[in-house]
Structure formats: structure tokens, C-alpha cells
Design a protein around this ligand. Sequence first.
Ligand code: FAD
Length: 502
Amino acid sequence: MVREILILGGGSAGLMTALALLRRAPGIRVRLLRSPALGIIGVGEGSTADLPVFLHSFLGIPPAEFFRAVNPSLKLGIRFNWGRGEPYFYTFAEAMRQVIGPREVPCGFACGGDLGGNHPATALMEQGKVFLRHPDGPWPDVRAHFGYHVENRELVAWLESTALAWGCEIIDGDLAEAPVADGRVASLRLTDGRELRADLYVDASGFAAELIGRALGEPFVGFADSLLCDRAVVGGWERSDEVLQAYTASDVMTAGWCWQIEHPGRINRGYVYSSRFQSDADAEAEFRAANPKVGPTRIVPFRTGRRARQWVGNVFAVGNAAGFVEPLEATALMCISHAARFLALSLRDSDGAPPPSLVGATNRLLARQWDEIRDFLAAHYRFQSRLDTPFWRHCREHVALRGAEPIAAYYRENGPTFLAEIDLIPPAKSFNLLEGYWTHFLGMGVPHARPDRANPEEVAAWRAHVAANRGDAAARGWSLRDTLAILHDPRWSWTPGFFGPD
Ligand SMILES: Cc1cc2nc3c(=O)[nH]c(=O)nc-3n(C[C@H](O)[C@H](O)[C@H](O)COP(=O)(O)OP(=O)(O)OC[C@H]3O[C@@H](n4cnc5c(N)ncnc54)[C@H](O)[C@@H]3O)c2cc1C
């Protein structure tokens, strides 16, 4: 019976799990051990639309409190500079599911690879805006399809103060070893001689994976044949007159790609690259040349992959200890929130005694999520069409698509239709994946066999729709900076249930 949980790690993974347990699995004592000397990784700033749902719906944290403490910025999607033409936007809204006319032709057939203005959210991002004007007054028409940009240290500081306020005991100390008996962790021995015990241990120790990896030896399933990058050079600068954008930008580089994350007072960038194709010094030089304002930089090495199982005996791994893929779709905080949710609800629903079938199902679901994301990211590498360098040529020839292979084959013959979605990506998918595939295949110019499926009337109707999206309403839309001022105003109130069911 699980009555006491000890979390190893005080980064976003450990703390988000603590909050999920405290809020949704009441009656369990939660303690958290973290090393002030080792600190946290300090990167991880973009999210999908799952993070606001986790925070405000699953945990019930009032958005006003979060805005006051963390000062997040809003993100409607990602602008990818990965195709031959103009950069294209991938939104959290359902842009590609729109259909045209009585034949209900999916809009992807009519746009001919030009995704510009395909949704109000896209048109707003293109014009440096975030929301349309509200029809009833001088405030933005705030829609729920957004994620957050948050500075990692501010997020972690707020998570920590909330965990303390909710009854989590936080212990400073360094793990020396975790003795194992019968495939279970027996205790955590600290370097100062203390020994801590619990019924269940959460391994949130980051890349160290102290419990799931070092102590229990759970195999690591590497993703290197699909995702070649293994390092990032990161840096940023204080914002001056740059427009605060409601999207993350992603630009291809010689041996990888570069993100741009927008905070109200700062712009952070990071170049993710493959050390097989570029040295640290050359990557840093290319990064600086592309971003002349960047201040001090640091190199962050990483290894992509996941543990074979995330829940083994009395250890549940979360965050970078459980698995890691590069932030090309900013999925890490989403994976953490899903894992934390599964653990809390599994303990609650099983009255603290999760049977093997529940543990097994949780392991399969979480592993599938990692693999789905790996395959989706692999497709970005395989079909990128903007740059032709040794790294990108290698990606085009060798990146293993795995689960994305049948999706790409289907697309080539059928084009961007959702008809067989349930077969291509069965339910319990991680996020709006097929929307993402079709957006990227069109944006990167992957050919398909049905370019003429939309007839001239349907193409004309689609163009009129795009023009309407891009028209006066978007042009007169709200800037992100003005919107954030409104959202911080004590007179602003969020509609109950705004973030939907958890
Ligand atoms: C280059 C890069 C860019 C990223 N960008 C994004 C992004 O845009 N969006 C996103 O969602 N995610 C991103 N991530 C992922 C991000 O790192 C994670 O989302 C997140 O910060 C989770 O970290 P963590 O809590 O697992 O680990 P950490 O922050 O590393 O925390 C580990 C904790 O364990 C403790 N610990 C470790 N060993 C011991 C020990 N022996 N004794 C005691 N305590 C110990 C540490 O003190 C620390 O408290 C990025 C990652 C990288 C590498």
C-alpha cells in the first residue's frame, strides 16, 4: 500500500508530480529530495496547449495566480522555417481539419502547400497578433488553444513554493546510493549519512536517472537512429524593440535547427545540433552569427531515448529521468504532465495499491507516447527541404521513420485527409498528431498523388477563406503585449471551465 512517496529531484518534473499527487491523490504523504549543489537543468521553456490544461484544470490553479507568479507569455503555435517557401505555422487549433464545400474536401488539398492564413490563429501570428477583438468590448477574444512560454527558473521557483504550501516536505541533500533488494529500491542513502524510506520513489533526477537507471538498471531505448542531434548551444538577450510574438520560431541550421522563445522581457534562442556533423566551436560561431545580440552561451549535451518501462517495482520515473527528445515540438512538459496525471490517478483509483495490470498499461501508454513523438520528430528531419548540407543529406537518406513510415506512405497516395486517422494514430494519441503531420508534409513540400483533388471552385472558396482570415479583423487584432496587460489586470476574469475538462 502506497502511503508515503519520496520524489528525487526538484526540477519541473519532480515538482509537477508532487503537485499532481498532493491535489489528486489525497491521503499520501509526499516528500521531495533535491540537491542544491547539483541544481536543475534550467532549460525547458516552451509548452504545448496541454500545460495550461494541466495547471488550471487538473491541478485547479487559478490562472491569475499563475500569471502573477510566473509571468508567462502565450504561444499559439510554432513557425517553421523548414520548407522551400515562406515559413509556415503549426497551430494548436485544428487548422488542417477544416473542409471546403459540399464535397467536404480537406483544406490541405486546396492550399497547394501554402499554409499562410489557413486559420484565424495563423493569420494572427503572421501579423504579430494573438487574438481577435472581442465583439462586445475593448478586450481580446481569448481562445483556449494556446500553450505557454515560461522562464524555467521562474516556473520551478513557483512550483516549489506551491508544493510547500500544499504540504510537500522539501529536503536538501545529495543522494549517495539507493540500495536495491528484490528489484525494489530499499531506501535513499544521502552523503551526510541520512537514510530516507518510502513506499514509492519517484525518479525525477533528470538525465542522471539515479533510481530507474543507476539503481534498477532499466534498459535505455535509444532514439539516435531517428533523432541524430545530441547537443544544444543556448543563449539569449534582453528584449528591446522586437515585437513580442505569440509563437516559438524554429529555423534550420547547418547541422540541426534553432529555436526562438519569446518572453516579455527576454528572447532565448538555442541551436540543437549533431556533434557528428559540427563541433561545439563551429556550432557556437554559427549560432552567434545568426543571433548577433546573444550574450553568454552554454552547451547542453543530451541523449535522446526513453527507459523501456517508466514504472518498475516501487520506482516511477518522470521528466528527463524517464526519457528525452529535443524540444522541436516542445513536448517535455506535456510528457511530464501526462506521467504525473497517470501516477496520481492510478494511486487514487487503486486506493494506493496499483495492480500489475494497471502498472503495465501505464507503462505501455507512456512508452507509446514517447515513440509517437520520436516518429513525428523524425519526419521533420527526413523531409526538411530548405537546406542541403552533409547533415541534412544524411537525414534525408538515413533517418529511421519507424511509426511515421506508414503515415508518410498513406499521405503520398491519399494526400492530407483524416479519413483513416483511427488506423494511422489510434486513440489515446499524445496530441493532435495527424494535424501536425499534414501541416509539416504540406509545409515541407512532400509530394502526394492527389494534387488536383480540390476543383477550381473549391480552391477559389479556400482562397476567399484565407483572405477573410487575413483581413481587417486579424489586422486589427490584439497584440500579445496588450493582451498580457489585460490578463494581468485584476478586473479580468477567466470564464469558469475555460481550460476544459482535465
Ligand atoms: C536543450 C534543451 C532544451 C529544452 N527545451 C524544452 C522546451 O522548450 N520545452 C520543454 O517542455 N522542455 C524542454 N526541455 C526539457 C526540460 O529539460 C524538461 O522539460 C524539464 O526541465 C525537466 O527537467 P527535470 O525536472 O526532469 O530535470 P532537472 O531540471 O535536471 O532536475 C533534476 C533534479 O534532480 C536533482 N538531483 C539529481 N541528482 C541528484 C542527487 N544525486 N541527489 C539529489 N538530487 C539530485 C537535481 O538537484 C534537480 O533538482 C529542454 C531540454 C534541453 C536539454
